[in-house]
Design a protein around this ligand. Structure first.
Ligand SMILES: [Zn+2]
Length: 365
């Protein structure tokens, strides 16, 4: 085995878990469907040469991104503000914008919404999206090199971490474009916060500032500006800007799931099953699968995304209820807040109740 970024062959084990759902965003109509979803293993390795972290057990054939995939986070005000900050950093010029892996197209719509928008056209490419709206066209298929021209502004948000070969699959194909904007989770944040819920099957390629810069440079890009977004959880790379300083090399760290799992199960036991997971995005789904695979400690997942409400958490089959209803549920004693950035939003729903808040990110308590 060689490293997909640098061809190195010295690795350390970072995180392992077996039999997790390969698709955290699948909408499961029944508990039975939820418990019988396709599963895969996590075996994340750290490359000692370039610090890239990747899932050595990843099998692309297990993954399918179809219309039954819902990853819309725009129901959260906090997330909408984050997206606005990203939009503001994309140069507003008379050019076409191509978004690769545009999901349901919501980001591109927002980018084109502003009054002084100068973009000539927008093209969104994603297997789960298809329509034409004014200047915007959405194509329901995988991306290929013919989709882009060298004068385009190319955006790929939360895509590169899904690609087992980030150089061949993406960066080398778009290296001649006018501007490239890439957003991806920062594995440094995950490791520093011991946030094991950030290791998903779909996220087979995990970057720090150092390894992302390395990947760009190896693909032939010269100037790349890097910034941290969403309280340091995400990295934003923008080509055509100078990198301000040398990026720190990410040190090796192994996350031991068994001790984290035991700590959580001991904590949740005190609430006799009267616990709700707040936010059934990828992190919430992994939390349920790693901590409570047999539905012993947690009663529900809670969501604001209406297409998830009334469905079941992939892998475990916990029912998903509306966040609005949590405080009226019988005997709920605690919620596990999956992402600390949503704390104020959570408080607006349950702030004046007796429900306790447990932070999935334990360092924020
Ligand atoms: Zn490497």
């Amino acid at each position: 085995m060689i490293c997909p970024l640098c061809d190195g062959n010295n690795f350390q084990s970072v995180f392992r878990a077996e039999g997790v759902p390969v698709n955290q965003h699948q909408l499961c109509r029944t508990e039975d469907i939820a418990r019988n979803i396709i599963r895969g293993d996590l075996d994340f390795l750290y490359c000692e040469n370039c610090t890239f972290i990747f899932n050595a057990a990843f099998d692309q054939n297990k993954i399918s991104y179809n219309l039954n995939y819902d990853n819309n986070q725009m129901y959260s005000d906090t997330f909408v503000q984050h997206v606005s900050r990203i939009c503001a950093q994309i140069p507003n010029e008379e050019r076409r914008v191509v978004e690769i892996g545009c999901g349901d197209g919501e980001f591109l719509r927002r980018l084109f919404q502003s009054k002084d928008c100068k973009y000539t056209k927008g093209l969104g490419i994603d297997p789960s999206c298809h329509s034409t709206e004014g200047k915007l066209t959405f194509c329901s298929r995988a991306f290929n090199e013919n989709d882009i021209q060298k004068d385009d502004i190319v955006i790929a948000r939360h895509l590169i971490e899904h690609l087992p070969n980030p150089l061949d699959d993406l960066l080398q194909k778009i290296r001649h474009c006018y501007k490239v904007i890439i957003e991806t989770p920062d594995i440094q944040w995950t490791l520093e916060n011991r946030f094991i819920w950030d290791f998903f099957y779909e996220h087979c390629s995990l970057f720090s500032k150092f390894s992302l810069l390395y990947a760009f440079k190896r693909s032939g890009f010269n100037e790349i500006g890097l910034s941290k977004e969403l309280d340091g959880q995400y990295l934003l790379a923008l080509t055509g800007q100078k990198t301000k300083k040398h990026q720190d090399f990410l040190g090796y760290l192994r996350l031991d799931m068994s001790s984290i799992k035991e700590q959580w199960q001991n904590l949740l036991k005190q609430y006799c099953g009267r616990v709700v997971i707040w936010g059934v995005g990828a992190k919430g789904v992994m939390f349920a699968n790693l901590i409570d695979p047999n539905k012993e400690f947690i009663k529900y997942g809670a969501e604001l995304n209406p297409s998830k409400i009334g469905k079941f958490i992939p892998g475990t089959g916990h029912e998903i209820i509306n966040c609005v209803d949590v405080r009226c549920c019988d005997n709920i004693e605690a919620v596990v807040l999956m992402n600390p950035v949503y704390k104020n939003e959570l408080m607006s729903y349950i702030g004046d109740s007796r429900i306790e808040i447990l932070f999935a990110d334990r360092s924020k308590e």
